[in-house]
Design a protein around this ligand. Structure first.
Ligand SMILES: Nc1ncnc2c1ncn2[C@@H]1O[C@H](COP(=O)(O)OP(=O)(O)O)[C@@H](O)[C@H]1O
Ligand SMILES: [Mg+2]
Length: 234
């Protein structure tokens, strides 16, 4: 059972994410892009934060570092107390599956699968028995208010509903951290607010939430906002 936020806070002071002087240079032929130019910050267990900056400022690159989807050119990325540069690809994949749930702007649902099959997918990779997967997926869909849509396909849902399915898929394995890259970017303002309210609810159960956004309104709605510009925090 997950701890309530107040309990989680009392055992806190443990950073679940810690970046120290992280640099990322993309090389494209002769040209180099310095996407991150020395970024350092910590996120404590149970925080609800945003990383905000304009297009091209390095937000997605930063998210890829935290999500262990890519490695920095230099600097240290610690996730859940582990220094990721000391880990091989298999170890990183295990850490990622165990610790992080991802949410993307374009939902990344599998169109040929039903809603409940999409939500169950992370547990399939973890080799949970099918019956358990089904029950847990139903519970996750209930948490996002979509229990009556389990046999629909993604293209039968609105944008907001698709994002709720993606959030159910992100929380099903009870990750410590949810990383969301522009999760409201494809939604109208009202639906975006509802999705942010849902993240807030999930955060209350102790899950650390990191939202990447270009939208100052979203930035303001989180407990702490880290601002990034041209690959540097500001
Ligand atoms: N795979 C890549 N190859 C080369 N350049 C990239 C790559 N990904 C991002 N960039 C560049 O790095 C900078 C930061 O990009 P990104 O992290 O995607 O910013 P944001 O998410 O804030 O829009 C931009 O100049 C972008 O063009
Ligand atoms: Mg981006």
């Amino acid at each position: 059972m997950r701890k309530a936020k107040s309990d989680a806070a009392s055992t806190a002071s443990q950073a679940v994410v810690e970046l120290t002087d992280v640099k990322k240079i993309y090389s494209m032929g002769d040209a180099e892009v310095q996407a991150l130019r020395g970024v350092s910050f910590k996120v404590e267990q149970g925080e609800f934060i945003s990383i905000m900056g304009p297009s091209g400022s390095g937000k997605s690159t930063c998210m890829n570092m935290i999500g262990c989807l890519d490695r920095p050119t230099s600097g240290v990325v610690k996730i859940d107390g582990r220094e990721t540069h000391l880990m091989n690809e298999t170890e990183l994949a295990v850490l990622r599956n165990k610790t992080i749930g991802f949410v993307f702007q374009q939902y990344h649902l599998i169109p040929s699968m039903t809603v409940i099959e999409n939500v169950m997918l992370p547990l399939k990779y973890k080799r949970f028995p099918r019956e358990d997967r089904y029950e847990l997926a139903r519970a996750a869909l209930k948490k996002v208010g979509l229990e009556n849509r389990e046999n629909h396909r993604p293209n039968e849902l609105s944008g907001g509903q698709k994002q709720r399915v993606a959030i159910a898929r992100a929380i099903i394995a009870e990750p410590k951290i949810i990383l969301a890259d522009e999760p409201t970017g494809a939604l109208d303002t009202k639906t975006g607010i509802q999705v942010m309210d849902l993240f807030r609810e999930i955060n209350k159960t102790g899950t650390t939430i990191i939202i990447v956004t270009h939208d100052p309104g979203i930035g303001k709605s989180t407990e702490r906002c880290i601002k990034i510009l041209d690959g540097l925090l500001c």
